[in-house]
Design a protein around this ligand. Structure first.
Ligand SMILES: [Zn+2]
Length: 504
């Protein structure tokens, strides 16, 4: 290189850095320093005292430094500062349109919602995302494309059969399009009506299309009851054949026949992980699920008394099934099938069939809560390093997990039951989901990362939502920042809506 070029380069670089200094002095983004925080950085490392500077949308500095003169400060008073929680399984696609402040989510410290779970997503993807960009929420959103949604696009009402090769090719094409339009992966709900008729080959083809765009496959597997192990095997096969990272939705063992088998289930997963399968899972902190009535009957003979009898026995009896939503007859809502049978003077099996028929007549299905998991299984799953926290809830859900999940883990599983350390629980809410999403700029408190942050009181944080009052807000979450902006303060939203559509 000759000297003239060298000198020219030097000159240009001096020029540009002067220009940079000039510009940055002119439009310095606002900054604030959080003092006296115990920082849980999301990696699982122990808490440490540090000051954290937020400049604009980013975390600018962490350590023991002095705030600049006139720089604003927040005294954290020894509370815990963590990365904002990422909820990888959230059903707020409808709710976020009408409640963009997402109060019940911010009150849990959530700063990012991953929507489109269980095979069901908005369609088409691009205009939906565009509408969210135009009308932003208080928190960040990202969207999965739903397997059942795409399947219905291709097969219409004629979905109660295996798809043809031509149809499968078309589905893969639509997944490809959705990924180009901004979806971050493929979700499925193979236990639900539309998804349940798909073959493994069909799902592999669609997952393969998502994998080409570095997406992941998130699945509510084909069976979470007696056939949990077969369904897990299929999920792993899909991951291996489509070469796609797996996110096992709401890991559980949901019938009497598989209760207590978490150690075997974990062994099967560990074996796959050893073979190189990129398997992660999420788990909500409740022994009861929320779904539709028909999922109780895996052989789909909803009016066959024998099948129904087994279905009810499998979850521990009809007292374990509560109707929470039933538009044809709202009077049923809030009652167990056992109670409804008694009041209507019919057998429990007859009551179940009546619910099916009344629903079918109106082309709907009862929404139910089934209390059919046991604590030792939940604990075993939570203690695996590859299991993260996710709510499976969302704005307007009828399950207490919609407003309670993250504070419940921090208050009940960390503080009261000692199942997890605080840094480990936070890792499961932050860097672990970020890892599955392939995001390196969120989920950790580090310099240069986006300033999605939650400040909470580890001594008081707890859920207050119950099955009777599922939307009661959690307590102990003091402040929440999204992209550097304060969105939750003193028990309510600030009204700021700095949420972005991720990963962009
Ligand atoms: Zn699900």
């Amino acid at each position: 290189m000759n000297r003239i070029i060298l000198r020219t380069l030097l000159f240009i670089s001096v020029l540009s850095s002067t220009a940079y200094l000039f510009v940055s002095a002119q439009v310095q983004p606002p900054s604030v320093v959080i003092l006296n925080a115990q920082v849980a950085d999301g990696s699982g490392a122990p808490l440490r005292r540090a000051r954290v500077r937020i400049t604009g949308v980013h975390i600018a500095r962490i350590g023991d430094f002095k705030p600049d003169k006139d720089e604003s400060t927040i005294d954290a008073k020894g509370l815990v500062l963590a990365p904002g929680f990422i909820d990888i399984h959230n059903h707020s696609t409808k709710g976020i349109e009408t409640h963009p402040l997402a109060e019940s989510q911010l009150a849990q410290g959530i700063t990012t919602l991953i929507l489109g779970a269980d095979g069901d997503s908005p369609w088409p993807i691009a205009p939906w995302l565009e509408a969210r960009r135009e009308n932003p929420a208080s928190l960040n959103l990202a969207l999965m494309v739903g397997h059942a949604t795409v399947r219905e696009q291709v097969m219409g009402k004629d979905f109660k059969r295996a798809a043809t090769q031509v149809e499968i090719d078309k589905m893969a094409q639509l997944v490809d399009q959705a990924m180009r339009d901004g979806a971050i992966g493929l979700s499925s709900g193979l236990e639900y009506e539309v998804g349940s008729y798909s073959t493994t080959d069909e799902v592999v083809a669609m997952a393969g299309a998502a994998a080409k765009h570095r997406g992941f496959y998130m699945t509510h597997i084909r069976d979470e009851a007696d056939k949990s192990f077969e369904a897990l095997k299929e999920e792993i096969e899909i991951g291996e054949r489509a070469r796609i990272p797996l996110e096992h939705s709401h890991i559980k063992l949901g019938t009497v026949g598989v209760w207590g088998k978490a150690p075997d289930y974990i062994r099967a997963i560990e074996a796959a992980r050893k073979r190189g399968v990129d398997f992660l899972a999420d788990c909500y902190p409740y022994d009861a699920w929320e779904s539709n009535l028909k999922v109780l009957v895996p052989d789909r003979q909803y009016e066959n008394p024998k099948s129904v009898e087994k279905a009810l026995a499998d979850v521990g009896g009809s007292s374990h099934v509560t109707v929470v939503e039933f538009s044809p007859n709202p009077a049923y809502q809030g009652h167990t099938i056992e109670e409804l049978a008694r009041v209507n003077n019919v057998s429990q099996v007859e009551m179940f069939i009546r619910l099916i028929r009344e629903g079918d007549a109106k082309n709907t299905e009862a929404g139910i809560i089934g209390q059919s998991m046991i604590e030792s299984d939940i604990k075993a799953f939570y203690q695996q390093p590859w299991v993260m926290v996710a709510s499976d809830g969302g704005i307007d859900s009828h399950h207490p997990r919609c407003a309670g999940t993250f504070p419940r883990v921090l208050g009940l599983y960390v503080r009261e039951k000692h199942w997890l350390t605080l840094p480990e629980a936070i890792r499961k809410m932050t860097s672990l989901p970020a890892h599955r999403l392939g995001w390196t700029d969120r989920g950790l408190i580090r310099e240069g990362a986006f300033a999605d942050l939650v400040l909470f009181n580890p001594d008081t944080v707890i859920d207050r939502s119950t099955f009777a009052n599922p939307s009661a807000l959690a307590t102990g979450i003091e402040k929440v920042f999204v992209n550097g902006a304060l969105v939750w303060d003193a028990g309510k939203p600030t009204g700021a809506r700095p949420g972005r559509i991720l990963p962009h």
